[in-house]
Design a protein around this ligand. Structure first.
Ligand code: ARG
Length: 436
């Protein structure tokens, strides 16, 4: 008898509990009617599709889905619908502020932290629902990611590298100034590291404080005052150690690399992607192809730098370095496309204004890609590089409902992506000038 009573009470409690939970978590069901739907996995355009979304996830896609009672219906039957875009190279915590030396000497990461939410909003409004942030100071990108994930304000899904790991005097250090000036950051809290033990420790430190990905500088760069633009800045042993250490933690590595030698060294070390990739020769392309290394090349960047940087007070030295890189980087990109390298869509937004991410589509088409290839670089390929193929990059069952749309045909002219008209992330609509 006692057993029966206890069983009765237990089942009543379980029942109430279940009833309460279903009530508390009543799911939001959405149907999107897509006139055209870009299937990024096959590279085909499907017509008159329906996307069934439950809460933040896509449940099914097909031509003849029944619309569940009470579902919200978003009619994009006059538009082309695609998965939200992925930018694999941004710095969401910065933007050229108007004066190069002011930015370096009169600002800190606190200034960056105050405004970064604006950049996050501009990025998602531009249709980029996922980004990989490959270098920030003071753990600001991490804080930004957490605030976005907590729903504090709109922004893309983020993977963050935290500090850029660079050797002493490298592109990632403050160089070209008086030795008495010191560093802007206490060493413990910066990205500068040297030697095999030093770089291993830095990788551990960044991962300890939440890095999703590791970024290091394999070569010199443009927007810093060291003399070279492409010389290697770590030894092969240091690069190997960085990749090996990150791998132990299950974390991927990307390398800033302009110069040919450094590109090859980083590729051999086993990085997941080469950033910039300006001076590719046949051997570099062969090595990258062999190892499945991605190229994430910011080929729109040169237009902005050449047009604006003198006005923004950048030193002539930097403009001169840009002139060495600009055209060659685009020619390298074309060779990479012809060779069939894996390519993701990485812009370096933050060097130019956030929200302009979409401008690179047209450059990628101008330098050898078909519109569909450029779309795939910004969707499925980006997802693959991030290790997020199960989450984003295509409109298919199980993926987050990250969806963008445009009314004019992007396969005729990818410039329509400079003004994305509809943006949804995780089932929430952030922008909609199509159905209002
Ligand atoms: N962050 C890069 C660097 O300073 C930007 C390179 C920009 N130029 C270019 N042509 N992509 O090296």
């Amino acid at each position: 008898m006692r057993k029966i009573i206890i069983f009765g009470i237990l089942s009543a409690v379980l029942f109430l509990n279940a009833a309460f939970e279903t009530h508390a978590q009543a799911s939001v069901v959405t149907i999107i009617k897509a006139g055209k739907l870009v299937d990024t996995q096959t590279g085909k355009v499907l017509t008159n599709q329906m996307i069934l979304i439950e809460n933040d996830v896509i449940k099914s896609v097909g031509a003849n889905l029944t619309i569940p009672a009470g579902a919200r219906v978003i009619d994009l039957s006059n538009a082309t619908v695609l998965p939200g875009f992925i930018d694999t190279h941004v710095h969401l915590t910065g933007e050229p502020g108007g004066n190069y030396y002011d930015d370096i000497f009169r600002k800190t990461f606190v200034d960056a932290a105050v405004v970064a939410h604006l950049y996050a909003k501009r990025t998602i409004d531009a249709g980029f629902t996922t980004v990989r942030d490959v270098g920030s100071e003071g753990f600001v990108a991490l804080a930004l990611k957490n605030a976005i994930n907590d729903g504090k304000f709109p922004g893309p899904r983020m993977q963050v590298a935290n500090y850029y790991i660079g050797s002493t005097g490298s592109h990632g250090d403050l160089n070209g100034f008086s030795p008495w000036l010191g560093s802007r950051m206490p060493e413990e809290m910066g990205g500068v590291a040297d030697g095999v033990d030093g770089v291993r420790k830095k990788v551990r430190y960044l991962i300890k404080y939440g890095a999703d990905v590791i970024k290091f500088g394999a070569t010199a760069g443009v927007l810093s005052e060291e003399a070279s633009v492409g010389a290697p800045q770590f030894t092969q042993e240091e690069m190997n150690a960085i990749v090996d250490e990150a791998k132990m933690h299950g974390i991927r590595v990307c390398a800033h690399a302009h110069g040919t030698e450094g590109i090859k060294m980083a590729t051999k070390a086993g990085v997941a992607s080469i950033e910039h990739g300006s001076f590719l020769d046949d051997e570099a392309i062969r090595l990258m192809k062999e190892r499945g290394t991605y190229l994430s090349a910011d080929i729109y960047n040169d237009d902005y730098i050449v047009a604006e940087f003198l006005k923004l007070g950048y030193p002539q030295k930097i403009i001169d370095k840009e002139k060495l890189v600009g055209r060659t980087q685009r020619e390298s990109f074309r060779k990479a496309v012809q060779a069939g390298l894996k390519i993701s869509y990485g812009t370096d937004a933050g060097v130019y204004p956030h929200g302009w991410n979409g401008k690179q589509f047209a450059k990628m088409v101008e330098w050898g890609m078909t519109p569909m290839q450029a779309i795939q670089a910004a969707t499925v390929s980006g997802a693959d590089l991030l290790g997020w193929s199960d989450k984003v990059g295509s409109i298919s069952a199980g993926k987050y409902a990250d969806i963008v749309a445009v009314t004019n045909d992007p396969l005729q002219d990818v410039k329509v992506f400079e003004n994305v008209e509809f943006v949804m992330k995780g089932g929430t609509v952030y922008k909609n000038s199509i159905t209002r």
